[in-house]
Design a protein around this ligand. Structure first.
Ligand code: MOS
Length: 710
């Protein structure tokens, strides 16, 4: 029996028919619907929307990390010809509601991090605004800053919960005692650096007031979330704010919620009546104003019997938050479900620092957490003298650890076995450091991937039959470049029983029905389910031969939140690297990701999502690191000369494949989200391959030549 047919057999049965969509368009490798518009430059990104009488905003950022503004001299800036407005915390319009401190812009003289907005200039041209901003003189009263991220700080604290509402700590059994008594003990500390999201399109917005109504052309993963937060902060009703974002040039989580620049643009536009105020952050500004991935220090302990059966798993994480607003990443959460063990302990502790608020970056939590966990498993395999795949298979849990829930769709072992076969794992010499070709040492490594299946409630889709026989399908969803335009069209076509050519889709606008965020890999699952529900409602009301003008709408149904089964995606990543024995340079030779993600809606786009995630993971393994200068409280390598991201030359033979699988427990389409799982485990696979090549275990990312030569 093949892996594929086993998988089908496992999930074919046991689900209600209302939750199953007949598929024709789903599964087709359609080209991107927005492809032509993108390559011909006619798909407008936020700042490219045509507006009348645009004006340009340039911000002034604090040069201290903590303290107060004492004085600001704006005289010279205000006198520059072409300057429309200069705003500071003295002159900015008052905001209404400070629930979200990150959005409490120019309301007081307090400084929480270096790079915070302290003033802004609006002018007729960007050059004028920037020049005038440079003339503004700010005097500060600096307080002692504290940006030192260390695991031995006395003031580490336990947050009430970590992101997505998970418990901060978990304890099952006597993990410390079991560890102490174990025949084999693996105890190591891993670290991952601060990283910054850098989507191709910088964070940008155009703010335009017309009477009491604010329009934002914004680069966002959620038009409706931006509307809600901006309306609340400004003291407006949601209907007074419209957010338009049909095309978005990437986000990776950093556009999942509005940031201070959205509010700054709206405030500045109030002082520039009749003008559409454009603000696009520069790359350097994005290092302080668009969130970052928290650095982590993670102690991992694994106790096992000599034959590799886990007795104890202990994962203790230290990470950072900003002092002014808490962000508690869920780093140890994947450790709670990956492998079977009679005892387990997980901990999250935060260092509250004078830094910008950390934020989401592709698979927040799973990405750094699974780096530590999957290198730890590799280290344990070495200690037990076991193949790392065999070690994982021996610790496969029958039900979800902790919750005891049955697995909805766990195919980790299938991914490991089938991936191993396709990658050619079988010929691997178990001893490290054996394969020398010229000056290059070659090695291979493996790591598991996982990501939860999230479906968010609250999206609504509407459908209308038009005169020309087509259907208008409307939902305020976002396409970050991921392919939403195309995949939602495919889902709508199957839901309505027509070809994709008969679907006219509208997304990316708060004038459309409410949509949840393109985050947590939940977008297509949540919005697609709303479209399927709306199509069912449409059929119920209008039959299969609707008259033009017939309409219906529906929300993602409550049953989408069903938590009877433990629902997660899994994968296995295989990497081959070569390490230069003279320079310490690491090159990735090839990588294969084998995934279990439910039915794939569009293979062309899915492959692109998965290898995109893997590329970001290899970038994390070898290149990315934001370096904090503790004397200044600023990222010293805050540009693309100093912050290295994998480029074409680094991306070798990368392939993503998946099990043929239909998961109607997760969604009516049979699919689960795929935006994030591709990055999870990649860095561990690369690090494990580096160990296999060299015999050197690097536990601090990124794996740079100096660490290998040391
Ligand atoms: Mo993703 S980091 O959940 O937007």
């Amino acid at each position: 029996m093949s892996v594929d047919s086993r998988t089908r057999a496992a999930e074919g049965a046991g689900t209600g028919s209302s939750n199953v969509l007949e598929t024709r368009a789903i599964g087709a490798a359609l080209e991107r619907m927005d492809g032509r518009a993108k390559v011909t430059g006619t798909a407008p990104y936020a700042c490219e929307h045509r507006v009348e009488r645009p004006a340009y905003l340039y911000p002034v950022q604090s040069t201290i990390a903590r303290g107060h503004v004492r004085a600001i001299d704006t005289g010279a800036a205000a006198r520059v010809e072409g300057v429309i407005a200069v705003i500071t915390h003295w002159t900015a319009p008052r905001l209404s509601f400070d629930e979200n401190k990150e959005l409490w812009v120019l309301q007081s003289n307090e400084i929480h991090f270096r790079g915070q907005f302290v003033a802004a200039v609006v002018a007729d041209t960007l050059e004028t605004a920037r020049y005038a901003a440079d003339l503004i003189r700010v005097e500060y009263e600096a307080a002692t800053r504290d940006v030192g991220f260390r695991a031995d700080r006395a003031d580490l604290y336990a947050p009430k919960a970590v992101n997505a509402g998970y418990p901060t700590d978990t304890d099952e059994g006597e993990a410390e005692a079991e560890f102490g008594a174990a025949e084999i003990r693996m105890d190591a500390t891993y670290s991952t650096p601060m990283e910054h999201n850098h989507p191709m399109e910088p964070h940008s917005t155009i703010a335009l007031w017309e009477a009491e109504k604010l329009t934002l052309y914004d680069s966002t993963q959620s038009a409706h979330s931006v509307r809600k937060a901006v309306a609340t902060t400004l003291g407006l009703r949601p209907e007074q704010v419209r957010v338009i974002s049909p095309y978005v040039g990437g986000g990776f989580g950093s556009k999942g919620e509005p940031h201070a620049h959205n509010i700054l643009a709206a405030l500045a536009a109030l002082r520039a009546p009749g003008r559409a105020v454009k603000l696009a952050l520069t790359r350097q500004q994005m290092f302080t104003l668009a969130g970052h991935r928290t650095p982590t220090i993670q102690r991992f302990r694994l106790g096992a019997s000599r034959d590799g059966r886990l007795k104890s798993i202990i994962h203790e994480v230290v990470e950072q938050t900003s002092r002014f607003k808490e962000f508690a990443e869920q780093t140890a959460v994947p450790t709670r479900l990956m492998y079977a063990a009679p005892s387990r302990r997980t901990r999250h502790r935060l260092a509250a620092l004078d830094v910008p608020k950390p934020s989401w970056m592709r698979a927040p939590g799973e990405t750094p957490g699974m780096f530590a966990g999957e290198v730890a498993m590799d280290e344990l395999a070495v200690l037990c003298g076991l193949d790392p795949i065999e070690l994982r298979i021996r610790n496969e849990p029958a039900v979800e650890p902790g919750s005891g829930k049955p697995w909805g769709n766990r195919h980790l072992v299938d991914c490991l076995r089938e991936g191993a076969r396709r990658f050619g794992w079988g010929q691997r010499d178990p001893q490290p450091g054996r394969r020398l070709e010229g000056v290059w040492l070659f090695g291979t490594g493996v790591a598991s991937s996982t990501y939860p299946r999230y479906v968010l409630l609250g999206s609504r889709a509407s459908i209308r039959a038009d005169e020309d026989g087509r259907y208008l399908v409307r939902i305020g969803a976002a396409d970050l470049g991921t392919g939403t335009w195309t995949t939602l069209t495919q889902i709508a076509a199957d839901a309505l029983g027509c070809t994709p050519a008969l679907i006219r889709l509208e997304i990316g606008d708060t004038d459309l029905p409410n949509a949840t965020v393109a985050g947590g890999s939940s977008g297509i699952s949540s919005w697609g389910w709303a479209i399927v529900a709306a199509a069912q409602e449409f059929r119920r009301l209008h039959g299969s031969r609707p008259r033009p003008g017939a309409e219906a709408s529906a929300e993602t149904p409550k049953e989408a939140g069903d938590e009877t089964f433990a629902q997660h995606s899994f994968g296995a990543q295989f990497a081959e690297v070569r390490v230069n024995t003279e320079t310490g340079e690491v090159r990735l030779s090839r990588m294969l990701g084998m995934f279990s993600v439910g039915r794939v809606i569009n293979p062309r786009l899915a492959r692109s999502q998965l290898i995109g995630g893997m590329t970001m993971g290899l970038s994390m393994a070898l290149h990315e690191e934001s370096v904090m200068d503790e004397r200044l409280g600023q990222i010293v390598n805050h540009d693309f000369a100093g912050y290295h991201i994998a480029t074409h030359a680094d991306v070798a033979n990368l392939d993503a494949q998946w099990l043929e699988e239909v998961d109607h427990r997760s969604t009516p389409m049979g699919s689960r989200g795929i935006g994030e799982i591709g990055i999870v485990g990649t860095a561990a696979a690369v690090a494990n391959a580096v160990y296999h090549a060299t015999g050197k275990r690097i536990r601090e990312l990124p794996i740079t030549p100096d660490k290998l030569l040391a």
